[in-house]
Design a protein around this ligand. Structure first.
Ligand code: AMP
Length: 299
């Protein structure tokens, strides 16, 4: 089954302690769409400006990503730049230039509203709501978010949460949104905002799924070298939803495995700048790492 991925389509300028790379293909939707395309057909909803390189459009197409929902407007593509500290976990946003994203109104082309799986990748909650408003009875809706929206668009975010099946966010965001210091307590409180499934990402320490029946802990794939973690969270969410869309039967039966696939795809993302590594990965590479992850976490 297909996955609709809506979010930011960006040019990212990334600085690590070792290297600097300007204007790479980035954005929450780009990372999530390429990750999901490892498992299922993907439809992309976003906007780019007239500075968006054609080679990046070709890259999406090589991954079989349907671009009928990608609007092209006059002006600059959304540009984000960030800098990592030596530990590669702490990141500082240097610049956020909205460009054409500032005037974006998502309009879904014919056929898109019927897509069964929806990933509302990180973007302004008002835009995420506009996409959701156009969907016709989707089977499973996952929303990702970031700290910025907890501070600037809390009302819209809370409205969105009442309407999604799963929320993905990182541990500090979960604590902030729930108003709880403990992550497990935070997950329990977040269910009361709407989502049946709460997924809390903890970077190199893996991710936690809280569901009506209990908890599941997915380890992160152990990496000795992290080149650039930008987009790891989006790749996790894309891998998770893509994997679910490719399974038969009840979604809940596959969620734990989907967490593992999400972790594995995120690990590939961290091994290269921007999308450079994720775009080289094959399904066989993914399966190999899933097996390795099972070996290192079985006891
Ligand atoms: P992650 O590393 O998973 O947090 O995702 C990083 C991606 O999020 C980058 O590719 C950015 O282009 C994108 N991003 C950063 N800030 C924003 C924002 N305010 N709205 C939408 N996307 C953003």
């Amino acid at each position: 089954m297909s996955v609709l991925v809506a979010g930011s389509t960006a040019l990212d300028s990334i600085k690590t302690p070792y290297r600097e790379k300007p204007r790479l293909l980035g954005g929450s939707a780009s990372h999530a769409a390429v990750a999901a395309s490892l498992f299922a057909p993907v439809r992309l909803v976003g906007i780019v400006g007239d500075d968006f390189p054609r080679r990046y459009l070709s890259l999406y197409r090589r991954h079989g990503i349907d671009l009928a929902g990608l609007q092209r407007a006059r002006g600059q593509t959304f540009h984000w730049s960030g800098e990592y500290e030596l530990n590669m976990n702490n990141r500082r946003t240097l610049k956020t230039e909205l460009g054409v994203l500032a005037g974006f109104t998502p309009r879904l082309p014919v056929g898109y509203p019927q897509t069964p799986f929806v990933l509302l990748a990180n973007n302004a909650p008002a835009l995420q709501l506009q996409v959701l408003d156009q969907m016709r009875r989707p089977r499973f809706v996952v929303a990702d978010t970031m700290d910025l929206w907890l501070n600037t668009a809390r009302k819209e975010l809370l409205e969105l949460l009442r309407r999604v099946d799963a929320l993905v966010l990182n541990d500090s965001e979960a604590r902030q949104l729930a108003g709880a210091d403990n992550v497990i307590a935070a997950a329990q409180k977040l269910h009361r905002l709407g989502p049946r499934f709460i997924i809390i990402k903890k970077g190199e320490h893996g991710a936690l799924l809280s569901y009506p029946g209990g908890l599941f802990l997915a380890p992160a794939f152990p990496l000795a070298t992290v080149v650039d973690p930008t987009g790891a969270g989006d790749s996790f969410a894309g891998g998770l939803v893509g994997y679910l869309a490719a399974q038969k039967g009840p979604i809940v039966r596959h969620l734990k495995r989907a967490m593992i696939y999400g972790s594995v795809v995120a690990s590939f993302c961290c091994e290269g700048f921007g999308l450079s590594r994720t775009t080289q990965v094959t399904r066989a590479d993914v399966e190999r790492r899933v097996k390795q992850l099972a070996e290192v976490s079985r006891w």
